[in-house]
Ligand binder design. Structure first.
Ligand code: 13P
Length: 249
Protein backbone atom coordinates (compact mmCIF):
# COMPACT_ATOMS: atom_id res chain seq x y z
CA UNK A 1 0.00 0.00 0.00
CA UNK A 2 1.32 3.39 -0.95
CA UNK A 3 1.68 5.58 2.10
CA UNK A 4 3.33 8.75 3.28
CA UNK A 5 6.49 8.11 5.25
CA UNK A 6 9.08 10.29 6.94
CA UNK A 7 12.04 8.20 8.06
CA UNK A 8 15.15 9.29 9.91
CA UNK A 9 18.37 7.42 9.16
CA UNK A 10 20.56 8.27 12.12
CA UNK A 11 23.61 6.56 10.60
CA UNK A 12 26.53 6.21 13.07
CA UNK A 13 25.30 8.92 15.42
CA UNK A 14 23.93 9.18 18.97
CA UNK A 15 25.04 7.35 22.08
CA UNK A 16 22.52 5.52 24.21
CA UNK A 17 21.80 8.59 26.34
CA UNK A 18 21.50 10.80 23.27
CA UNK A 19 19.22 8.26 21.62
CA UNK A 20 16.90 8.22 24.60
CA UNK A 21 16.83 12.01 24.78
CA UNK A 22 16.06 12.41 21.07
CA UNK A 23 13.32 9.77 21.17
CA UNK A 24 11.73 11.42 24.19
CA UNK A 25 11.76 14.80 22.46
CA UNK A 26 10.33 13.37 19.24
CA UNK A 27 7.57 11.59 21.12
CA UNK A 28 6.66 14.74 23.01
CA UNK A 29 6.66 17.03 19.99
CA UNK A 30 5.32 14.67 17.33
CA UNK A 31 2.55 16.36 15.35
CA UNK A 32 -0.65 14.53 14.48
CA UNK A 33 -0.19 13.11 11.05
CA UNK A 34 -1.36 10.23 8.93
CA UNK A 35 2.19 9.76 7.71
CA UNK A 36 4.26 6.93 9.11
CA UNK A 37 7.20 8.10 11.16
CA UNK A 38 10.22 5.81 11.34
CA UNK A 39 13.59 6.21 13.05
CA UNK A 40 16.67 4.06 12.42
CA UNK A 41 19.17 4.34 15.28
CA UNK A 42 22.40 2.38 15.36
CA UNK A 43 22.24 -1.36 16.14
CA UNK A 44 23.30 -1.18 19.79
CA UNK A 45 20.46 1.19 20.59
CA UNK A 46 17.67 -0.54 18.68
CA UNK A 47 16.29 -2.57 21.58
CA UNK A 48 16.16 0.51 23.78
CA UNK A 49 14.44 2.46 21.01
CA UNK A 50 11.80 -0.23 20.60
CA UNK A 51 11.14 -0.31 24.32
CA UNK A 52 11.10 3.48 24.73
CA UNK A 53 8.67 3.82 21.82
CA UNK A 54 6.41 0.96 22.92
CA UNK A 55 3.43 3.26 23.39
CA UNK A 56 4.29 5.58 20.51
CA UNK A 57 3.28 5.46 16.84
CA UNK A 58 6.90 6.15 15.91
CA UNK A 59 8.38 2.98 14.43
CA UNK A 60 11.92 1.69 14.58
CA UNK A 61 13.94 0.31 11.67
CA UNK A 62 17.43 -1.12 11.34
CA UNK A 63 20.01 0.47 9.05
CA UNK A 64 21.29 -2.81 7.60
CA UNK A 65 21.43 -6.56 8.08
CA UNK A 66 23.24 -9.59 6.70
CA UNK A 67 21.63 -12.12 4.37
CA UNK A 68 22.76 -15.23 6.23
CA UNK A 69 20.57 -16.95 8.79
CA UNK A 70 23.42 -16.94 11.33
CA UNK A 71 27.05 -18.07 11.51
CA UNK A 72 30.62 -16.90 11.18
CA UNK A 73 30.07 -13.33 10.02
CA UNK A 74 31.92 -11.26 12.58
CA UNK A 75 30.31 -7.92 13.24
CA UNK A 76 27.13 -8.66 11.30
CA UNK A 77 23.47 -8.79 12.34
CA UNK A 78 20.91 -11.38 11.22
CA UNK A 79 17.24 -10.88 10.41
CA UNK A 80 16.08 -13.04 13.33
CA UNK A 81 18.03 -10.84 15.74
CA UNK A 82 16.08 -7.84 14.54
CA UNK A 83 12.74 -9.61 14.51
CA UNK A 84 13.36 -10.93 17.99
CA UNK A 85 13.59 -7.41 19.41
CA UNK A 86 10.51 -6.25 17.52
CA UNK A 87 12.01 -4.77 14.37
CA UNK A 88 10.58 -5.80 11.04
CA UNK A 89 11.75 -2.94 8.83
CA UNK A 90 15.29 -2.70 7.49
CA UNK A 91 17.08 -0.17 5.31
CA UNK A 92 19.08 -1.92 2.58
CA UNK A 93 21.36 -0.60 -0.13
CA UNK A 94 22.22 2.75 1.35
CA UNK A 95 24.85 4.49 -0.78
CA UNK A 96 27.25 4.50 2.17
CA UNK A 97 26.94 0.71 2.37
CA UNK A 98 27.55 0.54 -1.36
CA UNK A 99 30.48 2.95 -1.61
CA UNK A 100 32.24 2.53 1.75
CA UNK A 101 31.54 -1.15 2.41
CA UNK A 102 31.49 -2.50 -1.12
CA UNK A 103 27.91 -3.74 -1.23
CA UNK A 104 26.95 -4.63 -4.80
CA UNK A 105 23.55 -5.10 -6.41
CA UNK A 106 24.04 -8.90 -6.34
CA UNK A 107 24.92 -8.84 -2.66
CA UNK A 108 21.90 -6.66 -1.97
CA UNK A 109 19.63 -9.02 -3.91
CA UNK A 110 20.55 -11.73 -1.39
CA UNK A 111 19.69 -9.45 1.52
CA UNK A 112 16.40 -8.60 -0.17
CA UNK A 113 15.60 -12.31 -0.49
CA UNK A 114 16.34 -12.89 3.18
CA UNK A 115 14.16 -9.97 4.23
CA UNK A 116 11.35 -11.33 2.05
CA UNK A 117 11.72 -14.83 3.44
CA UNK A 118 11.43 -13.33 6.91
CA UNK A 119 8.42 -11.22 5.94
CA UNK A 120 10.26 -7.98 6.71
CA UNK A 121 9.65 -4.62 5.13
CA UNK A 122 12.57 -3.15 3.19
CA UNK A 123 13.43 0.48 2.65
CA UNK A 124 15.57 0.01 -0.43
CA UNK A 125 17.99 2.84 -1.24
CA UNK A 126 19.54 3.58 -4.59
CA UNK A 127 20.63 6.57 -6.66
CA UNK A 128 23.26 7.82 -9.05
CA UNK A 129 26.60 9.46 -8.35
CA UNK A 130 27.48 12.96 -9.53
CA UNK A 131 29.60 11.85 -12.49
CA UNK A 132 26.82 9.57 -13.63
CA UNK A 133 24.33 12.41 -13.64
CA UNK A 134 26.78 14.73 -15.33
CA UNK A 135 27.30 12.10 -18.02
CA UNK A 136 23.54 11.85 -18.48
CA UNK A 137 23.52 8.24 -17.25
CA UNK A 138 21.37 8.74 -14.14
CA UNK A 139 18.26 7.06 -15.51
CA UNK A 140 20.24 4.07 -16.74
CA UNK A 141 22.05 3.73 -13.40
CA UNK A 142 18.83 3.86 -11.38
CA UNK A 143 17.13 1.40 -13.72
CA UNK A 144 20.08 -0.99 -13.36
CA UNK A 145 20.06 -0.76 -9.55
CA UNK A 146 16.34 -1.55 -9.43
CA UNK A 147 16.53 -4.40 -11.92
CA UNK A 148 19.60 -6.05 -10.44
CA UNK A 149 18.48 -6.07 -6.84
CA UNK A 150 14.68 -6.19 -7.00
CA UNK A 151 13.28 -7.31 -10.35
CA UNK A 152 13.67 -11.01 -9.62
CA UNK A 153 10.86 -10.60 -7.04
CA UNK A 154 7.28 -11.48 -7.82
CA UNK A 155 4.64 -8.76 -7.83
CA UNK A 156 3.32 -9.77 -4.42
CA UNK A 157 6.67 -9.08 -2.78
CA UNK A 158 6.40 -5.40 -3.67
CA UNK A 159 3.89 -4.91 -0.88
CA UNK A 160 6.91 -5.17 1.42
CA UNK A 161 9.10 -2.70 -0.45
CA UNK A 162 9.53 1.00 0.10
CA UNK A 163 11.92 2.69 -2.33
CA UNK A 164 14.21 5.55 -1.35
CA UNK A 165 15.76 7.42 -4.25
CA UNK A 166 18.88 9.06 -2.85
CA UNK A 167 21.12 10.74 -5.41
CA UNK A 168 24.59 10.30 -3.96
CA UNK A 169 25.59 13.86 -4.80
CA UNK A 170 22.81 15.17 -2.57
CA UNK A 171 23.61 13.06 0.51
CA UNK A 172 25.16 15.04 3.34
CA UNK A 173 26.30 17.72 0.91
CA UNK A 174 23.67 20.35 1.56
CA UNK A 175 22.91 20.20 -2.13
CA UNK A 176 19.39 18.89 -2.74
CA UNK A 177 17.89 17.62 -5.94
CA UNK A 178 15.41 20.22 -7.08
CA UNK A 179 11.78 19.20 -6.60
CA UNK A 180 11.61 18.89 -10.40
CA UNK A 181 14.63 16.57 -10.51
CA UNK A 182 13.14 14.43 -7.74
CA UNK A 183 9.75 14.28 -9.45
CA UNK A 184 11.34 13.44 -12.81
CA UNK A 185 13.27 10.52 -11.33
CA UNK A 186 10.40 9.27 -9.20
CA UNK A 187 8.12 9.25 -12.26
CA UNK A 188 10.83 7.35 -14.14
CA UNK A 189 11.08 4.83 -11.28
CA UNK A 190 7.32 4.23 -11.40
CA UNK A 191 7.43 3.88 -15.19
CA UNK A 192 10.23 1.31 -14.93
CA UNK A 193 8.24 -0.68 -12.37
CA UNK A 194 5.08 -0.34 -14.45
CA UNK A 195 6.85 -1.85 -17.48
CA UNK A 196 7.88 -4.88 -15.49
CA UNK A 197 4.99 -5.37 -13.05
CA UNK A 198 2.10 -3.26 -14.34
CA UNK A 199 0.33 -0.15 -13.13
CA UNK A 200 -1.03 -1.51 -9.89
CA UNK A 201 2.40 -2.33 -8.43
CA UNK A 202 3.87 0.90 -9.79
CA UNK A 203 1.14 3.09 -8.36
CA UNK A 204 1.10 1.35 -5.00
CA UNK A 205 4.79 1.45 -4.21
CA UNK A 206 5.92 4.17 -1.81
CA UNK A 207 8.86 6.15 -3.19
CA UNK A 208 10.79 8.37 -0.79
CA UNK A 209 13.35 11.01 -1.64
CA UNK A 210 16.57 11.33 0.36
CA UNK A 211 19.43 13.78 0.16
CA UNK A 212 19.76 16.97 2.19
CA UNK A 213 16.07 17.25 3.01
CA UNK A 214 15.67 20.09 5.52
CA UNK A 215 12.80 22.03 7.05
CA UNK A 216 13.35 24.72 4.41
CA UNK A 217 12.97 22.47 1.36
CA UNK A 218 10.82 19.55 2.59
CA UNK A 219 7.43 20.97 1.72
CA UNK A 220 8.32 21.72 -1.87
CA UNK A 221 9.87 18.30 -2.44
CA UNK A 222 6.99 16.47 -0.75
CA UNK A 223 4.45 18.40 -2.82
CA UNK A 224 5.49 16.53 -5.97
CA UNK A 225 2.98 13.86 -7.00
CA UNK A 226 5.39 10.93 -7.15
CA UNK A 227 7.28 11.82 -3.96
CA UNK A 228 5.68 10.01 -1.01
CA UNK A 229 7.97 11.28 1.71
CA UNK A 230 11.59 11.37 2.71
CA UNK A 231 14.52 9.47 4.12
CA UNK A 232 16.29 12.04 6.22
CA UNK A 233 19.88 11.92 7.43
CA UNK A 234 21.42 14.96 9.15
CA UNK A 235 18.16 16.79 9.81
CA UNK A 236 16.70 13.75 11.59
CA UNK A 237 19.27 14.13 14.36
CA UNK A 238 17.68 17.32 15.66
CA UNK A 239 14.17 16.90 17.03
CA UNK A 240 12.93 20.32 15.95
CA UNK A 241 14.17 19.89 12.37
CA UNK A 242 12.76 16.41 12.04
CA UNK A 243 9.42 17.56 13.47
CA UNK A 244 9.29 20.43 10.95
CA UNK A 245 9.94 17.95 8.15
CA UNK A 246 7.14 15.70 9.43
CA UNK A 247 4.83 18.72 9.49
CA UNK A 248 5.75 19.41 5.87
CA UNK A 249 4.16 16.18 4.78
P1 13P B 1 21.26 13.70 4.51
O1 13P B 1 19.83 14.05 4.77
O2 13P B 1 22.18 13.99 5.64
O3 13P B 1 21.73 14.28 3.20
O4 13P B 1 21.31 12.10 4.34
C1 13P B 1 20.40 11.48 3.52
C2 13P B 1 20.53 10.02 3.70
O5 13P B 1 21.55 9.44 3.38
C3 13P B 1 19.42 9.31 4.33
O6 13P B 1 19.59 7.93 4.23
Amino acid sequence: MRSKIVAGNWKMNKTLKETEALLAELSAKRPDTEAEIIVAPTFVNLATAVSNLASSVIQVAAQNMHFAENGAFTGEIAADMLLDIGIDTVILGHSERRSLFGETDDFLAKKVDTAMAKNMRIIFCFGEELQERQAGRHFAVVEGQLKNALFHLDANAWQKIVLAYEPVWAIGTGETATPEQAQEMHAFIRKTIDEKYGASVAQNVTVLYGGSVKPSNAEEIFSKPDVDGGLIGGASLKADDFIEIIKAI
